[in-house]
Design a protein around this ligand. Structure first.
Ligand code: ZN
Ligand code: ZN
Length: 249
């Protein structure tokens, strides 16, 4: 044993490695943030029959009411699992995302990017570049990182697709959580601008969570104005429609 190994062994004794969600000490082979029990409880979205906006549909429908009524600027959104906006210590994916975003646990990015890669696999062949929802510069400096950018860069590495800064946040916005759908749309309207980049035919926007699609819709509008033809969205988690106004999903 060298000194580093001894130090690690001592640290493991003092602070046994434990699950990031339930805090149970890890058993044999459990070393990647989640214990097997929590991993099994992850609230995955059934990807078998999705609407364009990423919500699962009953077999008899091809589009949800909102996509059928309004059309969509984006081609397709996909998300890996469900998100719970209300505080719930047992909701595994939401807890993981909160630890990642608010506790600054950047080491979670590779795990979350693998989830993105799973849910986004059908989009992989469609996109030439990957980008991310930008943060307002002052906020990014306060947090120290943009969680969406970290995820996009990990995904770009996994897929071998270039990651570009295509958008800029040009004004601060309220947190979307807790706002009505209409208020979410108004909150992000005009909040994004185009960064200096060479537009390509198709781009994928990565974010941690999609709630009402208002942010992804606004980013899509700006990218299309900038000359991108097809815009896709991919998020780790998706708020279940019951969390927002059902009639406006
Ligand atoms: Zn656990
Ligand atoms: Zn839809």
């Amino acid at each position: 044993m060298n000194i580093t190994q001894i130090l690690h062994a001592a640290l493991d004794l003092l602070y046994p490695p434990h699950c990031a969600v339930c805090e149970k000490p890890f058993g044999e082979g459990e070393r990647a943030f989640l214990c097997c029990d929590c991993d099994a409880k992850i609230e995955r979205i059934d990807q078998s029959h999705l609407c364009r906006c990423g919500l699962p549909l009953p077999e008899v429908l091809d589009l949800c009411p909102e996509c059928a009524r309004s059309g969509r600027a984006f081609e397709q959104i996909r998300s890996f699992g469900w998100y719970e906006e209300r505080e719930d210590p047992h909701h595994v994916l939401s807890v993981l995302l909160k630890i990642f975003k608010y506790n600054g646990e950047r080491a979670l990015a590779p795990l979350l990017a693998r989830y993105l890669a799973q849910a986004g696999e059908p989009l992989r062949a469609c996109v030439e570049q990957i980008t991310f929802v930008p943060m307002y510069p002052k906020k990014e400096r306060q947090r120290g990182f943009n969680q969406a950018e970290l995820l996009a860069r990990e995904l770009g590495r996994l897929w071998g697709i270039p990651v570009v800064r295509a958008l800029e946040k040009i004004r601060e916005t309220e947190p979307q959580a807790g706002l009505s759908l209409q208020a979410r749309r108004e909150n992000v309207r005009g909040a994004f601008g185009l960064a200096k980049f060479s537009p390509c035919a198709s781009i994928l926007i990565v974010d941690d969570v999609c709630t009402s699609t208002a942010t992804l819709t606004e980013c899509t509008r700006v990218l299309k104005e900038g000359g991108v033809h097809r815009v896709y969205g991919l998020t780790v988690a998706r708020a279940s429609p019951k969390n927002i106004e059902l009639e406006d999903v």
